[in-house]
Design a protein around this ligand. Structure first.
Ligand code: 13P
Length: 250
């Protein structure tokens, strides 16, 4: 459906020197990738990552941004700052930010607006908690997260939005959604996009799966009709594993 994008979310891992080393290891392994490849690194690693990917097609993502351009927000980083240094992508609404750092659908929407205004491409994370899946409200939760985050986003801007379906219970747990579960929710997200915009926008949007995707299960997940890529946590910290996942995205 959408263009395949494999993105690593390194979370709070790697010093700048380690980031350079890991990207240098990844580079030759993904040189002839058939998909877009992105590394999502900690803020302090961004200069090292940007330098390391120079001359390649690998994109660099930050893992969050604030919604204001500048101001009295101690400890925060604006979308403008990221764009000014040459960063192309930002991950927004990750469940770890929603769970531990108070991000809500409303703040995700504000971050989305700022990121798109700054020219960034957004990887928007959505996904249900285990209790929500057990209560049968996965579709409702994920559709609501998607709709609120995309409030005010135009059809043209959707060309710079990637959606990552990440069931919270599958993140870092070794538990993966089944191929069918992943495809079902990714397809539902696409239907939601069709409802907000039109079928052309829905067909063009990249919908990734994330949650314990690894070298062993990636090919089957990526073969699903509505799964257009992956957002990879743990396995993105191992060059060989990440490369296998990139190779599976055709
Ligand atoms: P894991 O691949 O470690 O489960 O993490 C997934 C994730 O949260 C990517 O954003």
């Amino acid at each position: 459906m959408g263009k395949y994008v494999i993105a690593g979310n390194w979370k709070m891992n790697k010093t700048p020197a380690e980031a350079t080393a890991l990207i240098n290891e990844i580079k030759p392994l993904v040189a002839d990738a058939a998909c877009d490849v992105v590394v999502g690194v900690p803020f302090v690693d961004l200069p090292a990552a940007l330098a390391a990917v120079e001359g390649t097609k690998i994109g660099v993502a930050a893992q969050n941004c604030h919604w204001e351009k500048s101001g009295a927000y101690t400890g925060e980083i604006s979308a403008e700052m990221l764009a000014a240094m040459g960063v192309g992508y930002v991950i927004l609404g990750h469940s770890e930010r929603r769970t531990y750092f108070g991000d809500t659908d409303e703040t995700v929407q504000k971050r989305m607006r700022a990121a798109l205004d700054a020219g960034l491409t957004v990887i928007l994370c959505v996904g249900e908690y285990l209790t929500q899946r057990e209560q049968g409200v996965t579709n409702e939760v994920v559709a609501m997260q998607t709709k609120i985050a995309l409030g005010g986003v135009s059809a043209e801007e959707m060309a710079r939005v990637i959606i990552a379906y990440e069931p919270v219970w599958a993140i870092g747990t070794g538990l993966t959604a089944t191929n069918e579960q992943a495809n079902e929710v990714c397809a539902m997200i696409r239907t939601t996009i069709a409802g907000l915009y039109d079928q052309a926008v829905a067909d063009a949007v990249t919908v990734q799966y994330g949650g314990s995707m690894n070298a062993g299960n990636a090919a089957a997940l990526l073969a699903q009709s509505d799964v257009d890529g992956g957002l990879i946590g743990g396995a993105s910290l191992k060059a060989a594993d990440f490369a296998v996942i990139v190779g599976a995205a055709k």
